[in-house]
Structure formats: structure tokens, C-alpha cells
Design a binder for this molecule. Sequence first.
Ligand SMILES: Nc1ncnc2c1ncn2[C@@H]1O[C@H](COP(=O)(O)OP(=O)(O)O)[C@@H](O)[C@H]1O
Ligand SMILES: [Mg+2]
Length: 269
Amino acid sequence: MITDFRSRFGFHTTPFTREFAVDQRFALGFFDENLTALSRAIENRMSAALIAPAGTGKTALLRALAHGLPEARYRVHYVKVTELSKRDLCREIAVACGAEPAGNYPTLVRRLQERFLSATAVDGVRPVLILDEAQDLRPDVLSILRTLTNFEMDSRLVLSILLAGQTPLRDILRREAHESVARRLAHFAYLRLLSREETLRYISHRCTIAGAATIPFDARALDALFEISCGNLRAIDSLAFKSLELAHDAAVSVVDSNHLAQARKLVSP
Ligand SMILES: Nc1ncnc2c1ncn2[C@@H]1O[C@H](COP(=O)(O)OP(=O)(O)O)[C@@H](O)[C@H]1O
Ligand SMILES: [Mg+2]
């Protein structure tokens, strides 16, 4: 009989995937501290930044943050930034806000400002704009953020912006030209790589939420998972998944360090 991948290891769902329910996230102390600090900035009607290398949990944290903001009081719009012109980024933001994405740049800005104002004034909800992968914002486009937060009526700040991006975002925000944007950010959150112990807990967590009663990696495989991934969540995911596949192909139900060595070659150039 052919045993399927999941049942070989006792999983109910596929482990180490990108998608997981917010309430099944791995809630480490430093994730939660950053989550609290960013939520607080938004509750105080401020903007903030989340800066960390690729694969360290930014997007997952943003999802948890958006999930945690009460729907009755906040309207969260999520945009994944690419190297767009000002007008095109405004169009993307308009789409995310359910506004018509047509017209030139000034028209779009005006429409967005009206949209954000009416959210506050008419609907009584606070708009929050999340810009993910913000290291890809073109330098001239960054000034949009000033424009969008710069129409305070009676000195009220209408919109909270959450800029999330990889480490180069920090250097971008430090440039003199962007001082006025950086000054609007009331909190800077940083994520780090997991320690060895945290990596083991993370692997165990991902196996458990996928339904496994035991962890299908032996001790040396777990060591290798940490050594190779250096505690980067995305690297752990892809190595763990690939090595499970290799063990499955070899018809064994425990991943060992040989599977990891093979997996390493298959998931990186
Ligand atoms: N809190 C978490 N709980 C469980 N898995 C997570 C968590 N944070 C990140 N991950 C996993 O790590 C991977 C990389 O995280 P992601 O948020 O996409 O990183 P980034 O946005 O910094 O590149 C995700 O695909 C997800 O599987
Ligand atoms: Mg991301």
C-alpha cells in the first residue's frame, strides 16, 4: 500500500506551509512584544515601521496585528509594495481601500484622502494602511506617505501607516531626504533570527499544529535544521518540508541528518 505523505508522519494537514490560522501562530516573547508595541502605536493614532530580514516573520506579524485590531474601530488595508510610480502605488492603495483606482496622481491622492477622512468622520473607524515589502518603495514614492498623512484636520492624524520591510528600509529612512517621513514613525520594531532553543520549539509547534503526536525529526536532524537555517523561519520551513519529502520518498518515518544534507542542496542554489 502506498502511504501518503501526511499519514506517514501523522500529520492531518501539510506542515511548514506559508498559510496558517492566526490563532495557530508561534507566539514567541519577542514577536508578542513587537506586536504589542506596534498595536499601541496604532491605538495612539501614530504610524510605525517593522524592519527585519526576509523570512523572519514580518508578514505573519502584520497578519496577527491586523487580526487583533477590533473591526468596529479599525479599517485595515494591506498593500504589498513593488517598484511602482507614485500614481501606480496610489492605484494599488485605492484598490486595497475599495476606492476607484482611476485618474491621475493628484486625483488619486484626493480620493484617498477623502476616503480616509470619511472613514473617520462618517463611519467612525480608523484607517490603517499597511505597506509590506516597503524596501522596494522608490525614493520619490516614499514622499506619498507624507502626503497621505499630511492632511490633518484640526491637527488630528487621520491615517496610521505601518511600513514593513527588509533591512535596507532602515537605511532608506535614515536618508536626509526622508527625514520628514521617518519623523512620522513613532515606533521602530525589529525582528531577529531564532535561537537554537527557539528553533526547536518552532519546529515542534509547526508539527503539532499540523496534527503530529511526535516530532518526525531525530536529534541530529534538528541540530542540522538550526545550523543550516541559522534560525530564519522561512529557511526552517523549506528545509523541514523538503527533508520530510525526502524521508517519505525513502519510505522512512523519521527524518535524519542525511535527509537534511540532501534537502539543503535542493532548496538553495
Ligand atoms: N509567528 C509565526 N508562527 C508560525 N509561523 C510563522 C510565524 N512567523 C513566520 N512564520 C513562518 O515563517 C515564514 C516566513 O515568515 P514571513 O512572515 O513570510 O516572513 P517575512 O515577511 O519577514 O519575509 C512564513 O511563511 C511562515 O510559515
Ligand atoms: Mg513578508
